[in-house]
Design a protein. Structure first.
Length: 213
């Protein structure tokens, strides 16, 4: 694939390459500038420099295109979280904190992907692979919660799935409100990382997984 970059206000040109990737790139650019609901299928084709009929070679409609963007986003998200968790090394609590920071970093550094994943209103089962990709990403968080839960006495371990959903909700809320990489970010007198660290600490203490300190 080759792109011809034009002066501001000009148009990028797509020439004899990977049409699917060109459409993905165009969708990411449009999502970043206009949000997932701010453009049409024809806009994506125009941004990719192809005819309005060309996208139908790969996607039935705009929703299918955004679903493919979201799937790719979840795949990258999984890798990002997995790398940060690193099988709980050197110890689970430090790795868990590192993974929380990685979550916020992904939301900040990849706002178009993050928006397609969580703000586009695409049903997880709308496209093959989207549900599986999102489940694999959440599975990283669940495994981390299992490792933390294992530190509690056998009869007093909180369910790992419940923990992972709670931590996901905390992380997503903080990322969406205070850690965005776009103009929707709310400013507070602390970093998103500090806010998430404090919230998770309170939560884990409430579960009895952290005592004192």
């Amino acid at each position: 694939m080759s792109w011809t970059r034009q002066p501001p206000g000009g148009r990028r040109g797509y020439h004899h390459g990977n049409l699917r990737q060109a459409l993905i790139d165009a969708a990411l650019d449009l999502i970043a500038r206009k949000g997932p609901a701010g453009f049409t299928f024809a806009d994506a084709a125009r941004s990719a420099g192809v005819s309005s009929a060309a996208p139908y070679r790969h996607y039935r409609d705009r929703e299918a295109l955004i679903a493919d963007v979201a799937r790719r986003g979840f795949e990258a998200f999984e890798v990002h979280l997995e790398r940060a968790w690193d099988e709980g090394r050197p110890e689970p609590y430090a790795a868990f904190d590192r993974m929380g920071r990685a979550y916020l970093a992904f939301a900040r550094d990849e706002p178009a992907y993050y928006s397609s994943m969580f703000e586009a209103g695409i049903a997880p089962d709308s496209e093959p692979g989207l549900r599986q990709a999102s489940d694999r990403a959440l599975a990283v968080l669940r495994r981390a919660c299992e490792a933390l839960s294992a530190s509690a006495p056998a009869g007093n371990r909180p369910p790992a799935l419940m923990m992972s959903l709670h931590i996901w909700a905390l992380s997503h809320g903080i990322a969406s409100l205070f850690g965005r990489g776009d103009s929707g970010r709310r400013v507070v007198p602390m970093s998103p990382e500090e806010l998430l660290e404090a919230a998770v600490l309170v939560y884990l203490r409430g579960l009895g997984l952290i005592v004192g300190g």
